[in-house]
Design a protein around this ligand. Structure first.
Ligand code: CA
Length: 237
């Protein structure tokens, strides 16, 4: 039986990514008053860092950010996570909305919006998320299993201890098991755009992960090098 839980606003963390101070202040005030805990950042890179290290329950994302396009922030979030995300935008054209939704936004709110509307949209999205059994609660490839909700990794039933980066790398490879992921694709998915071309950080983490996954890391069977291309997790040994 699936238990339906009402969202508990007091325990919900909202990250607002907005460089316009007035908007950030107003939204923070509205959401705090509605009982949410709010954190505001004004840069896309800072937001990605926060989302990676301490995922909030919901993200409010402005599209016009000083350091990077909000759509790119959105795509990077969606490469790894189903985190509820609402785009707040000054663009009111229908096609801007469609682009944001296609990039993975759950909802789109054009500025200016009323406090009531914002609170209602957030409540509706959180309810939808919590009333839905997670689409992808577990990943499994051969003898490897990951419980995404609990962040638990099991190899042949035995729990592995992974760093957050190793975990993110493993999940990216498992989600695309059977496909080749290029070095840059993996760097983008796991570390973010600024790491493009930084192959040593990838190589080191792949090597550390192999030590944990494979009985014989010199003949890795879970993370296989595809010469000149990248890495793949084969669906069969
Ligand atoms: Ca802006």
């Amino acid at each position: 039986m699936v238990t339906l839980r009402q969202p508990q606003p007091a325990t919900r963390q909202i990250l607002i990514v907005e460089d316009d101070e007035d908007t950030a202040e107003v939204v923070t005030a509205i959401m705090s008053q509605a009982g949410y805990t709010v954190m505001a950042v004004d840069r896309g890179q800072v937001a990605l860092h926060e989302i990676h290290n301490a995922p909030p329950d919901l993200v409010l994302l402005d599209l016009g950010l000083p350091d990077m396009n909000g759509l790119e922030v959105l795509r990077q979030v969606r490469a790894n996570s189903l985190l509820p995300l609402i785009v707040l935008s000054g663009y009111t054209e229908e096609r801007d909305k469609v682009i944001a939704l296609e990039a993975g936004a759950d909802d789109y709110l054009a500025k200016p919006f009323s406090p009531e509307e914002l609170v209602a949209r957030i409540g509706a999205l959180l309810r939808r998320v919590e009333w839905t059994v997670p689409v992808e609660p577990k990943l499994a490839v051969r003898q490897l299993e990951v419980d995404l909700a609990r962040r638990v990794v099991l190899m042949r039933g035995k729990r592995l201890q992974l760093t957050p980066i190793e975990y993110a790398l493993l999940v990216a490879l498992m989600r695309h098991a059977g496909q080749v992921l290029t070095h840059d694709e993996l760097l983008r998915m796991v570390w973010g755009d600024q790491y493009s071309g930084d192959f040593s950080v990838l190589r080191v983490n792949v090597s550390r992960l192999r030590q944990k996954l494979d009985e014989n890391p010199r003949a890795p069977s879970y993370i296989v090098t595809v010469a000149g291309q990248g890495y793949t997790m084969p669906l069969r040994p």
